[in-house]
Design a binder for this molecule. Structure first.
Ligand code: IPM
Ligand code: MN
Length: 377
C-alpha cells in the first residue's frame, strides 16, 4: 500500500558523508517542490568522529529510528586512526552492524556508464569504454562470508601468533542473494549489452574453495527455476580481466561478500569512478542506500567530492520504496530523477574534479536540482 509520508532516516556519518548527503537532501527537496513532500527526513549523527567525541558510535534514538524507518540513506562512516576496542572501524554499527541487524542480505550495485562520463585513468580523462557497453548490476552477498563475525587471535606471551577470519557460506544466505540476482535479471527491461540476453553470472573461486563450490551448487539449483535466463560462470580472477575487456557480456552478476566488495570497486572505474557508484543494502523488511565511496578523509571539508553517487543512491531508494509500496508516484519521481541525472551527465554542466570539471559538491547539487525542475514527471 502506498503511504502518504515515508519515514526516511538519514545517517550522514563521517568525512565527506555529510557533504554529499546534504546535496541528496537538496535534490529530494527539488523533487518535492510544488506539493506536500511524500517523505519525512530525520537525520541522526553517528560514526567514527562522533565516537571520538562522545564514546558512542550513535545514540539509541538513532538506532531505534533505523528499525522503524521505511528506508535509510547513509553517507559514509570511518575515519583513519579511530577504531573500537575490538579493532573494528568506529562507525561500523551504522554500516556493517545495520547490514546484520536489519538482515540486509543483498548489496545491489548497478554499474552503468552514462553518456558524457569520462574515465580518469593515469591522471587523464578519456572515453575508454563505450557507454552502451557498460550496463550491469552486481549483486553482492551482504551478511556472511569473511564478514561474518567470527574472527580471532591466538596470543601467547602478549604476542599475536595467529589471526583467523572464518569464511561462512550458508545455504540460506546464498540462496536468497542468488534469487535476488535472478529476479533483477527477470525484471530489468534489458539483457546484456553484447547480445540482449538475460544472463546471471556467478562469480566465485569454486576451482579452489569449498564455500564457493557450495555457492555455485546453490546457484545452479536456483537457476533451474528461471528458464528464460542464461546461467554463466566466472572464476573471480578471470572475471577481473573480462569485466575490463568485455564489459558488454555482463548483465547481472552475483558474488559472495568479500569478492563482491572487491569487484564492485573495480567495476566503478567502468562507470566513471567511485563518484558515481551507488549501492542498495536490501533485505525483506528494510533497505539502506549509500554512495559506495566511503568517507574520503583526504577530501573532507573541501566541498569537492562528487555527489552523484548519493543521487543515484536516492534514485534507487525511491524506486525500491515505490516498488515495495506499489506507489506509482514514487516510481515516477525516481524516473524523473534518473532523467535529470542522465541529462546533467550528458550536458557536462555538473562536472566535479573527478570528471575533469571544476564544479564544487554544492554546485553539482544546485545544477542537478535545476535539471530536476526542468523534468516533469
Ligand atoms: C563497502 C565498504 C564497507 C565494506 C566498509 C566501509 C566496511 O567497503 O560498502 O563496500 O567492506 O563492505
Ligand atoms: Mn567496499
Amino acid at each position: 500500500m502506498s503511504r502518504s509520508t515515508y519515514d526516511i532516516v538519514v545517517l550522514p556519518g563521517d568525512g565527506t558523508g555529510p557533504e554529499v548527503v546534504r546535496e541528496g537532501e537538496k535534490i529530494l527537496t527539488a523533487l518535492a517542490e510544488g506539493g506536500p513532500a511524500p517523505w519525512r527526513l530525520r537525520s541522526f549523527p553517528g560514526g567514527a568522529q562522533y565516537y571520538q567525541k562522545t564514546g558512542r558510535e550513535w545514540e539509541p534514538e538513532a538506532e531505534a529510528a533505523t528499525q522503524t524507518a521505511d528506508a535509510i540513506l547513509l553517507g559514509a562512516v570511518g575515519w583513519p586512526g579511530i577504531s573500537l576496542p575490538s579493532g573494528d572501524i568506529a562507525g561500523a554499527a551504522l554500516v556493517l552492524g545495520l547490514r546484520q541487524r536489519l538482515d540486509l542480505y543483498a548489496n545491489v550495485r548497478p554499474c552503468r556508464l552514462y553518456p558524457g562520463v569520462q574515465h580518469r585513468i593515469s591522471g587523464t580523462f578519456k572515453q575508454v569504454w563505450e557507454p552502451k557497453s557498460v550496463d550491469m548490476v552486481i549483486v553482492r552477498e551482504n551478511t556472511e562470508d569473511l564478514y561474518a563475525p567470527f574472527h580471532g587471535r591466538l596470543r601467547r606471551a602478549e604476542e599475536t601468533e595467529l589471526a583467523i577470519d572464518t569464511r561462512v557460506i550458508t545455504r540460506k544466505g546464498s540462496e536468497r542473494v542468488i534469487r535476488t540476482a535472478f529476479e533483477i535479471a527477470q525484471r530489468r527491461d534489458r539483457g546484456a549489452p553484447e547480445d540482449g540476453v538475460r544472463r546471471v553470472t556467478c562469480v566465485d573461486k569454486s576451482n579452489v574453495m569449498e564455500g564457493c563450490r557450495f555457492f555455485r551448487e546453490t546457484f545452479d539449483r536456483v537457476a533451474a527455476e528461471y528458464s528464460g535466463i542464461e546461467r554463466d560462470y566466472a572464476y573471480v580472477d578471470a572475471f577481473t580481466q573480462w569485466i575490463v575487456r568485455n564489459p558488454e557480456h555482463f548483465n547481472v552478476v552475483v558474488a559472495t561478500n568479500m569478492m563482491g566488495d572487491i569487484i564492485t570497486d573495480l567495476a566503478s572505474v567502468l562507470q566513471g569512478g567511485m563518484g558515481l557508484a551507488a549501492g542498495g543494502n536490501i533485505g525483506d523488511g528494510h533497505g539502506m542506500f549509500e554512495p559506495v565511496h566511503g568517507s574520503s578523509p583526504k577530501y573532507a571539508g573541501r566541498n569537492q567530492v562528487n555527489p552523484f553517487a548519493t543521487f543515484f543512491a536516492v534514485e534507487m531508494m525511491l524506486r525500491w520504496l515505490g516498488d515495495r509500496h506499489q506507489d506509482a508516484g514514487l516510481i515516477g519521481q525516481a524516473e524523473r530523477l534518473e532523467k535529470a541525472l542522465a541529462g546533467s551527465l550528458a550536458d557536462g554542466r555538473a562536472r566535479s574534479y573527478d570528471q575533469g570539471g571544476h564544479a564544487t559538491t554544492s554546485e553539482v547539487g544546485d545544477r542537478v536540482a535545476e535539471a530536476i525542475r526542468g523534468v516533469r514527471s
